[in-house]
Design a protein around this ligand. Structure first.
Ligand SMILES: CC(=O)N[C@H]1[C@@H](OP(=O)(O)O)O[C@H](CO)[C@@H](O)[C@@H]1O
Ligand SMILES: [Mg+2]
Length: 548
């Protein structure tokens, strides 16, 4: 069995010493204050090389970003060969490597992986990486490169990219020269592919008024500016919050997460009634839309609304193309608004699955449908076309001109939508396609259903690990008895629904509540919040005043 060059590892690892901290590779990879990340990223480089060797030298992607987190944070996520998230069973290896206390422990763990996973160290390792606009990215890339040197990986640094661009590039590199070739493995190739498909989709339609796009002062801004010229004149976009030269502004009072959680527009953005607005998050994999109604109320068109719009459109298009062998399904999490689930099931008659929080769960479930639409309410999602659906779409010519046009649109749609991961650019083009095809204002889109008022509350507890869930995180089985208490409260509220789960990314327990009216929703959320806080005296700090 080949072994790791210990001298090489020692010399490199000494440059990236582990601080006194404990790390976990979670739903969003590693994510924390950037100053803690140097050793974690160095070791993630080693893991990426091991993963590539395990997969016979297939290219693994590595993205340095902390998405919607504040500017001082950073993080890292690995991308598997087809552009999907790192296989779940490797997350534990990432965690173990990052926590090895000494070089000896690190080497031991690598060797234990080599033997238990039968990794052939003589195989090549190929890794590509990119980063968002965070200032800490540059030195973290250097740590990553050192980690990759440990196992002599062949690397390509793609510089500053959006997260979905790196997923796209990874898939392109691994499919090049095969019948599944995904495209040119460059940002330029990505722009060309998306733009060509979008132009087909809106050809001959009257252009909509300009969309105002908030880029959260992140990587979406320079990259969307690079992309726009490829669209020629097919779409008008006015970019705001594009100040990437002031890192402290990243995600500050702007961006998809701010808009979704605060249920308001970015601070400083003057909104005009009935105009379209959209926000990206800090690494451009999330998208939400919004508008201001005639009575000046703020209206959010979140991931659930995008999923509903996309499902409605795809079902119509499949029918219009005369195809009856393709079924559409939608995947949501428990955070999806109850009204959206009702709309999908009862108005669109599509099957809806509910899975645990985290995109990998949604992605996995969506693969079970011919066309699987998946979105988290926060705006992260995409539409997956199965190989058989693609085959049908590509072989459908249509028996009349209308069917031929619909089939052509379906083909273009499968090109415009990023098949690897939720992608704000791609999702934006999807929404703009549908609104342009239908000549809809955001208000018309919004009329599909009315969201139930909802509230998300964070509860700080002493130990969130005591909260154990089942049923796609909708029910608590531990602590014992708490679910009965929740159910008893929920029963008192019209259209009431509430669930409690520990966050996978923050040290809090989240409470979600919805009910028929805003006051009832707030009362429900704060009563459950209070219940969780008080349960077995597990609350931490001062009991929030609003808790009932
Ligand atoms: C309620 C909510 O928005 N939760 C987010 C959040 O997960 P938590 O496990 O709830 O902290 O971060 C995840 C990663 O970005 C994202 O997938 C998920 O939707
Ligand atoms: Mg993101």
């Amino acid at each position: 069995m080949a072994t790791v060059n210990v001298n090489n590892l020692n010399a490199l690892s000494d440059l990236h010493k582990k601080p006194d901290a404990n790390f976990t590779y979670g739903t969003a990879g590693f994510r924390m204050k950037a100053e803690l990340l140097d050793s974690v990223i160095f070791r993630t480089g080693i893991l990426a090389a091991l993963r590539s060797k395990k997969l016979d030298g297939k290219v693994i992607g590595c993205m340095i970003t902390a998405s919607h987190n504040p500017a001082e944070d950073n993080g890292v996520k690995l991308v598997d060969p087809m552009g999907e998230m790192l296989e779940g069973s490797w997350e534990a290896h990432a965690t173990a490597l990052s926590n090895a206390e000494s070089n000896e422990h690190l080497i031991d763990y690598i060797h234990s992986m080599v033997s238990s996973l039968k990794i052939d160290l003589t195989k090549p390792a190929n890794v590509v990486f990119g980063r968002d606009t965070r200032p800490s990215g540059e030195s973290l890339v250097a740590a990553l490169a050192d980690g990759l040197k440990v196992l002599d990986a062949t690397v390509t640094d793609y510089g500053i990219l959006t997260t979905p661009q790196l997923h796209y590039i990874t898939r392109c590199l691994n499919t090049a020269g095969t019948p599944e070739a995904y495209g040119e493995p460059t940002a330029e190739g990505y722009y060309k592919k998306l733009a060509a498909a979008f132009k087909v989709l809106v050809e001959g339609k009257t252009k909509l008024s300009a969309l105002t796009l908030d880029c959260a002062n992140g990587v979406g801004a320079p990259k969307f500016k690079e992309f726009l010229p490829h669209l020629d004149d097919a779409l008008s976009v006015k970019i705001v919050n594009d100040d990437v030269d002031n890192p402290s502004k990243l995600n500050l009072n702007s961006g998809a997460d701010f808009v979704k959680t605060q249920q308001r527009g970015p601070i400083g953005l003057k909104m005009a009634p009935q105009e379209r607005y959209a926000s990206f998050d800090g690494d451009a994999d999330r998208l939400v839309y919004y508008y201001q109604d005639d009575d000046n109320t703020f209206k959010l068109l979140d991931g659930d609304k995008i999923a509903g719009l996309a499902a409605m459109y795809i079902i119509d298009l499949v029918k219009a193309a005369g195809i009856d062998s393709i079924s559409v399904g939608v995947v949501q999490t428990a955070y999806a608004n109850g009204a959206s689930t009702q709309y999908l099931r009862n108005s669109l008659n599509v099957p809806v699955s509910c899975v645990s929080t985290g995109v990998k769960h949604l992605h996995h479930e969506a693969l079970k449908y011919d066309v699987g639409v998946y979105f988290e309410a926060n705006g992260h999602g995409t539409v997956l076309f199965s190989p058989s659906a693609l085959k049908t779409i590509h072989s459908t010519e249509g028996s009349n001109p209308a069917q031929a046009v619909a089939a052509r649109s379906l083909r273009a749609l499968s090109e415009v939508i990023n098949q690897t991961v939720g992608d704000a650019f791609s999702d934006l083009l999807l929404v703009e396609t549908i609104l342009t095809q239908r000549q809809w204002t955001p208000k018309v889109w919004d009329q599909a259903y009315t969201d139930l008022p909802n509230r998300l509350v964070k509860v700080v507890v002493k130990d969130r690990s005591i909260f154990k869930t089942v049923d796609a995180e909708r029910k608590l089985v531990e602590p014992a008895g708490i679910q009965d208490a929740i159910d008893a409260i929920v029963l008192k509220f019209r259209d009431g629904r509430s669930f409690v789960r520990p966050s996978g990314t923050e040290d809090v327990v989240r409470v979600y509540a919805e009910a028929a009216t805003r006051p009832e929703t707030d009362e429900l959320a704060y009563r459950i919040g209070g219940l969780v806080f008080d349960y077995n005296s597990n609350g931490s700090g001062t009991r929030p005043r609003e808790f009932l």
